[in-house]
Design a protein around this ligand. Structure first.
Ligand SMILES: Nc1ncnc2c1ncn2[C@@H]1O[C@H](COP(=O)(O)OP(=O)(O)OP(=O)(O)O)[C@@H](O)[C@H]1O
Ligand SMILES: O=C(O)[C@H](O)[C@@H](O)[C@H](O)[C@H](O)CO
Length: 167
């Protein structure tokens, strides 16, 4: 979880590959009107996110053997909605600065629906989860391989290159 540009999609893909779990890309579950709204430069509201979170909750419940989900989950109430669907659910919080988010979102601007102008609203909405149980806060500004390794360690799964590192 984290703001736009924090690396959710990149890291979730690597964590799913490293654990053999199913990957669910949260952005694939936005109703089309949410994508249009963000594309038009408007931040989503609680109402806009309700159906989207319900769809992601369904995905969590459907994969009870384990799944890796990329989802912004910016507010406590959103995370609690997902926890209710998957007791024991854990969150890796990819923490980045507004400056890092702006730079990353700007760099991919031509190929992604999310515009740089909406980045600040993500930080205004974010409720820091660091003190909630079952949350790992990771510096999302670290190289992606390092972020992934920290999450895999925390999950108790060996990172793919651990054997080499320990040899
Ligand atoms: N740890 C990292 N270091 C440097 N660049 C990264 C890192 N993680 C992701 N990126 C790059 O930052 C950009 C945003 O990453 P990504 O799409 O994974 O983030 P996201 O949180 O899923 O964003 P969004 O929710 O807006 O789709 C991409 O261009 C990606 O390659
Ligand atoms: O809750 C939200 O405002 C949205 O989920 C956003 O975070 C975007 O979907 C995403 O970051 C862009 O890919």
């Amino acid at each position: 979880m984290g703001v736009a540009g924090s690396g959710k999609s990149t890291i979730a893909r690597a964590v799913a590959a490293g654990t053999g779990r199913v990957l669910v890309e949260g952005d694939d579950f936005h109703p089309p009107e949410n994508i249009r709204k963000m594309g038009a430069g408007l931040a989503l509201t609680d109402d806009d996110r309700r159906e989207w979170l319900a769809r992601i909750a369904q995905q969590l419940a459907a994969h009870d053997a384990g799944v890796v989900v990329s989802c912004s989950a910016l507010k406590l109430a959103y995370r609690d909605r997902l926890r209710a669907a998957a007791p024991g659910l854990r969150f890796a919080f990819l923490a980045i600065t507004p400056q890092q988010a702006r730079e990353r979102v700007l760099a991919r601007a031509g190929s992604h629906f999310f515009p740089p102008s909406v980045v600040d609203s993500q930080f205004a909405t974010l409720e820091d989860p660091s003190t909630e149980p079952g949350v790992l806060r990771v510096d999302g500004g670290l190289p992606a391989a390092e972020v992934t390794a920290r999450i895999l360690d925390w999950m108790g799964a060996a990172a793919p290159n651990n054997e080499t590192k320990q040899a």
